[in-house]
Design a binder for this molecule. Structure first.
Ligand SMILES: Nc1ncnc2c1ncn2[C@@H]1O[C@H](COP(=O)(O)OP(=O)(O)OP(=O)(O)O)[C@@H](O)[C@H]1O
Ligand SMILES: [Mg+2]
Length: 238
């Protein structure tokens, strides 16, 4: 795996924090890491966006943003309102491929969920993943409702012939309720893919060395971490 597309079951599920954790781990293992954000919305020019958050948490990684739109809307809608050009999947894929020439791992973060539109043709981050023949990681939230949105995302990936490598919970609550605890068991079932990590709530507030330690314990050996879904679930009986 050298290019990985990170999508989510929606906006604000913690995609960026998960990207930062993946980047931090890979960089600590000596890999050259790049993070591509094809379209950043809801941020004015000069303001820190998702990539600034990744750099703050993960440190020395290459970052590239292709387009930025001020309105906090889907990229297609935000581009239309701003009168700015959209990002075509071929452009995003070309940018990821170029980064892949000089890096060991390229992480591509979508905007919002899988089927959020990037242009008025209706292209999505799924088309970028397809163009790159890249696997997709799904970030989900922990609470009630996540089984449905995760299942819908998995079905949409399957229908498009995309490989889902697994699911990561972006923000595990300090005091998980019954739904969150039961979801640990059910999420991989509905996703048709393993649970590859659980980032605790509060992760984004940590300083860099602590964030790296947390990334290691929160992500699967698949990503160079030590997370074991069965061990994690054991004290969270449902
Ligand atoms: N594990 C966490 N601990 C603390 N804060 C978190 C965590 N995960 C996410 N957050 C916070 O929640 C907010 C949304 O998270 P994030 O930006 O990662 O979501 P996203 O899925 O990347 O959203 P977008 O679709 O806008 O890119 C941010 O303010 C972030 O700092
Ligand atoms: Mg984000």
């Amino acid at each position: 795996m050298s290019v990985l597309v990170i999508t989510g079951t929606g906006t604000d599920v913690g995609k960026t924090v998960v990207v930062a954790a993946l980047a931090a781990l890979a960089a600590a293992d000596g890999r050259r890491v790049a993070v591509l954000k094809p379209a950043q919305t809801g941020i004015a020019p000069g303001e820190p966006g998702d990539l600034a958050e990744v750099t703050r948490l993960a440190g020395n990684v290459t970052t590239k943003e292709l387009r930025r739109y001020p309105d906090p809307l889907a990229p297609a809608t935000a581009a239309r309102r701003a009168g700015q050009p959209t990002v075509h999947p071929s452009e995003a894929a070309a940018a990821a491929s170029a980064l892949n020439e000089t890096h060991d791992l390229v992480l591509v973060e979508g905007a919002g969920g899988l089927l959020v539109r990037f242009d008025d043709e209706g292209t999505t981050i799924a088309d970028t993943a397809w163009a790159l023949n890249a696997p997709v990681l799904v970030v989900a939230h922990a609470s009630l409702g996540t089984l449905n949105t995760t299942a819908l995302t998995a079905e949409a990936l399957l229908r498009r012939g995309l490989e889902s490598v697994g699911v990561v919970i972006g923000r595990w609550p300090a005091d998980p309720d019954l739904a969150a605890r039961c979801n640990l068991q059910d999420l991989p079932e509905v996703a048709g893919a393993p649970l590859l990590g659980v980032l605790p709530d509060g992760a984004a507030a940590l300083a860099r060395p602590d964030f790296l330690d947390l990334a290691r314990s929160s992500l699967s050996p698949w990503f160079g971490g030590t997370f074991d879904p069965e061990k994690f679930a054991a004290p969270h009986a449902c």
